[in-house]
Design a protein around this ligand. Structure first.
Ligand code: SF4
Ligand code: SF4
Length: 118
């Protein structure tokens, strides 16, 4: 995953590097109408109105019951098997997370990135 280093965001600075653990492609959560997806049936409906969701499968639940998804392009080596055709979101990760981080979200524990509060 090619990542921008030291990306600036007002009040925060993104630091660190990708350790290629694949966690960000494995423990994905989705939100519909500002609510996390928690039901398998809901995910089945999502796939019918937006085919991009077919690129993921349910791989677990977190401690709050929120469904976790894994991208089908993630290889056993934790690398992206679709690197050159990956989505806009993937290209901007983790820079795209900065707004959520500012709101209290955190990077996966294994992630080599962190934010420095300026
Ligand atoms: S397309 Fe590649 S980078 Fe994007 S979530 Fe899937 S495995 Fe990860
Ligand atoms: S969770 Fe962080 S370290 Fe792991 S692959 Fe994603 S960006 Fe890289």
């Amino acid at each position: 995953m090619k990542i921008l280093k030291n990306t600036k965001f007002p009040g925060f600075k993104l630091k660190g590097h990708c350790k290629k653990c694949g966690k960000c492609c494995r423990n994905i959560t989705f939100m519909i109408e500002n609510k996390y997806v928690i039901e398998k049936e809901e995910f089945e409906r999502m796939k019918t109105f937006d085919p991009k969701y077919k690129h993921f499968f349910i791989s677990g639940k977190d401690e709050k019951g929120i469904l976790l998804f894994t991208c089908k392009s993630l290889g056993d080596d934790n690398l992206c098997g679709d690197y050159f055709f990956r989505s806009f979101y993937c290209r901007l990760y983790p820079r795209i997370m900065m707004k959520s981080i500012k709101a209290g979200a955190v990077f996966p524990e294994e992630c080599g990135y962190y934010v420095e509060i300026l």
